[in-house]
Design a protein around this ligand. Sequence first.
Ligand code: TYM
Length: 331
Amino acid sequence: METVVSGIRSTGKLHLGNYYGAIQNFVKMQHEYNCYFFIADLHSLTTHPTPDDLHGNVKHVLVEYLAAGIDPDRATIYIQSDVPEIAELYLYLNMNAYLGELERSTSFKDKVRAQPDNVNAGLLTYPVLMAADILIHKATKVPVGKDQEQHLEMARTFGNRFNRLYNHDYFPEPYAFTFSENLVKIPGLDGKGKMGKSEGEANAVYLSDTPEVIRKKVMRAVTDSGPTTENQEKPQEIQNLFDLMKVVSTEDTYQHFDGLYNNCQIRYGDLKKQLAEDMIIATAPIREKINDIAADSAYLRQVARHGAIKARESAQKTIKEIRELIGFRSF
Ligand code: TYM
């Protein structure tokens, strides 16, 4: 059975981008594959969270994984820092990751722009840690959104480089995975780029947002003055709302509003109202479970412990083999 690995950084509550880009696929894949889904708390250290924030954010992700339907009896759910073998593999892979290629990574360049006062080495080697996450379980399928494509390419590069040095087919090649034709990119509500945690509170709709908050955020989304000729191309901010509708609404609803747009009869207020209601319906099954799961500390502890044991079993096997291959042999 093929192995699947994916993770989400513990940097806050999860939003629709995380859900449609990643978690929805996690839930489907757990029935068909050997799945490892983790909380990337080591990755989140690049922004220097306080100990309380770090812990709270790990909990958010764990709770929301469970609320979204990841079943700890089917998939291994664990916290990255509970598996120190990942950090060890990261160290080995770092020896063959080069400054030039790390500096060229799009996400590194974005971070340099976003946090110019904190361009730490962890940011630079972020893709190496991500490769270690994936290669530690020898995964071949990695369910992620479009923004992670380049990281997957780098993971293949680092794995192949290791293979060339030590053993030609030790690591299989991991590829980004989705059930649909293309990797998903969910736009935000600010009329510009993707939905994200760092793009501002109002840009993202969180799985835990109440219906009132969802309505408020969607109604404030950027629009324009409307089309003036039939079948006019949609400007970015309007296309974004239609793209969101495509994922949360029915095909009929989408076609209805698309038709109105093309006939210059669209009323954005109606479109946004519908979009907000459909987001509320789409997130309801998750939102309704979040509080109960969050209150059950014993259950959360049990899931995290059980997951750590299973993940470490797999990771320890890989690290033992790797140490042998590299030449760390006992006398
Ligand atoms: P992160 O925490 O930024 O996002 C987690 C997952 O959500 C997806 N995602 C989106 N998909 C579509 N549209 C969006 N607007 C959107 N925003 C976020 C991301 O593509 C991702 O799948 N580097 C990773 C975490 C990570 C990881 C790994 C993933 C660390 N190690 C190993 C896979 C395998 C990250 O920062 O994701």
